[in-house]
Ligand binder design. Structure first.
Ligand code: ADP
Length: 318
């Protein structure tokens, strides 16, 4: 088994989380019971998930030159992530998400994109896996997706409509049900229990015969579809502490396994177990599980299924 690398193009945010009795109404001031500063951003979260799954992980993104940016880079480096592709930009703030959580777990999030909006000049990836999300400009991602020879995975989150321009250039598109509905212009997502309807709806996002769309379904697991094929993988039953970052964990873990040459069918159960484990810890990046915890639960190492490197390409996904 020889892995190449997972190249993550995405957002790097500082998450400022406040715990409140109730969320403020317009014009209201409320006192927080506790506050925490945690690493976040979909790109950074997915990078941590991939690295903890054992992938050699390269992060491409942008932070501001100040303390927040340095702190985020130190957090990523602590997980062994190569941050050589992260620009430190003068005169710009690091992306910041202000998250308020009330006593019943309801939340409000305000994201200030900061340096993430300045990501430019990203280079195509020739091998391994490319993984991106939509918290950085689509204009920066488009040339990378159009020219990369790596397995190209797009997590269509958040459901930024311009992101549809990337769909023809992806090998695997990962969305949750709400994102799927938003990209298709539907008012609501189909019911979780009707896999045939979800599969048919998801096929509306396919642009080529050799593409795969994966819809994550929360506690109902994940459904992968291609033309004439589908696979539903149930979730590991857990009682979540919080589901923040579960989708990011799924994407990062899946990317790491595909990079090793594990087939999509074999990788999906590992990614769903990793994502379920992520719901058992607080926050996003800090809750990403280590590979051993995932393999222990499944009962065998994922590498038993790996393809030799010469047989690996986007085509071998099917
Ligand atoms: P997002 O976090 O993007 O909204 P989902 O809620 O669909 O995405 O979660 C992503 C993945 O995390 C799911 O496919 C599933 O494998 C896992 N997951 C999420 N919530 C739960 C849960 N309550 N129990 C078990 N697994 C979960």
């Amino acid at each position: 088994m020889t892995a190449l690398a997972v190249h993550i193009f995405g957002s790097i945010n500082l998450d400022i989380i406040t715990s409140l009795e109730h969320l403020p109404r317009p014009g209201e001031t409320v006192m927080a019971m506790a506050t925490a500063r945690l690493p976040g951003g979909k790109g950074a979260n997915q990078a941590v998930a991939a690295a903890r799954m054992g992938a050699e992980t390269y992060m491409v993104g942008a932070v501001g030159e100040g303390d927040s940016g340095s702190w985020m880079l130190s957090r990523l480096k602590a997980d062994g992530i190569d941050v050589g592709g992260v620009a430190m930009l003068p005169g710009v703030d690091t992306g910041t998400a202000y998250i308020a959580v009330d006593s019943v777990g309801e939340n409000q999030v305000i994201v200030v994109p900061g340096a993430n909006a300045r990501l430019r000049d990203a280079r195509p990836v020739s091998e391994g896996v490319l993984l991106a999300q939509l918290e950085v400009p689509v204009s920066a991602l488009l040339p990378v997706f159009a020219k990369s020879k790596a397995v190209r995975i797009l997590n269509g989150a958040p459901a930024v409509q311009e992101g549809r321009a990337l769909f023809e250039h992806v090998d695997i598109l990962i969305v949750n049900q709400h994102e799927m509905a938003a990209f298709l212009g539907l008012e609501s997502a189909p019911d979780n229990d009707d896999m045939a309807v979800i599969a048919e709806t998801a096929r509306g996002l396919l642009r080529r015969e050799d593409q795969t769309v994966i819809v994550t379904l929360g506690a109902a697991g994940a459904l992968a579809v291609r033309t004439g094929w589908q696979l539903h993988v149930p979730a590991l039953p857990v009682i979540p502490v919080d589901t923040i970052g579960a989708g990011d964990c799924f994407c990062g873990a899946l990317a790491a396994l595909l990079d090793e040459g594990v087939s999509l069918e074999e990788a999906l159960p590992y990614a769903t177990v990793a994502a379920a484990l992520c719901t058992l810890g607080q926050g996003a990046a800090p809750a990403m599980p280590m590979r051993e915890a995932v393999e222990d639960l499944i009962g065998r190492p994922a590498t038993e299924h790996a393809l030799p490197i010469k047989n690996r390409s986007a085509a071998s996904l099917s």
